[in-house]
Write a protein that binds this ligand. Sequence first.
Ligand SMILES: [Ca+2]
Length: 341
Amino acid sequence: MGNKKLLIIDCDPGLDDAMALVMAGHGHKTGTVRILAITCVQGNTSVDNSSRNACRVLDALGINDVPVFKGAREALVMPYGWGHEPFHGPNGFGGIEFPTEPDTTRIHEEHGVSAITRLADEYPGTPKLPRYFLHIREISLVLLGPVTNAALAMRMDHEFGSKLKDIYVMGGNFEEIGKTTSMEGPEFNFAADPDAAFVLFSEAKCPLYIFSWELCEMRCQVPIEWRRDLLSDIDTPHARLQELIEGPSLKTYEFPEYLLCDQLAMAGALDPATILESTAGFSSINTTDKKQRGRTMVDLDITAKTRPNVTFVTRMDMAEIEGMIKKAYAFVPEHGKNLNI
Ligand SMILES: [Ca+2]
């Protein structure tokens, strides 16, 4: 396996998920990372749509050796009840009516949660101190949607968290700014399944990197012109797909600048050197307040009782990330399938 980074990507594509999958897919095709699995969850859209959308991205990239698994259809406890996230359209991909179906034969029967826990056992890493069953772990888990699947994996296998190298999560708050339907609520992924986020923060037994809503909205935004120009001179299947699905939302873009969200967590997972600054803290999730369920509660005043369990990323190398995204879309993939629309 060498030093190749192993990824499990849990996602709910989703427009920004699609871009994050392209970034990882580029690494997979060029041999810098290996995607062991893509597991899907309900979030921006239903789990059926999100898994179908993941297949579309893989088709465009000509990736045929990455299995897709459907995970949780609902939040752990309380259904969020929004129907779908309007920003991403009713099918998660801008409401585009595609003339053809993607190759869904890559979706396996096995449930996503059981696939995640199985893979953590199949890739235990390198033995460090065999006598104590200590291993240098090698799987990075990247969470780009509600974290229901990860929480279920942690409940199925209590040691699951300790079988991972690290976890990269797009979600939560750090500076008391939220995003759901109103800007006052908690961040979307954690609001969608607050109880799952609580389990994740309690049970992760490996480094847990949080790419919060504030990081996306206040610290890593890029000019909207950057996004409008990004793919203008690139004609690859995955660039065409991204232009198509993001077209409707770009026309009526609600923010003054373009927000990268899932892309930031993926950039951190692919190249931790893109993380320029971070703050470790003790954090948990509000699961009881009616309006604030899913709100991240942060305590940076670390004592012996509150040892850090989370690292909040606070600054990233945006020039590097912008270049990483551009390069991924410009890459001409062997067997990449065009949509022909
Ligand atoms: Ca997402």
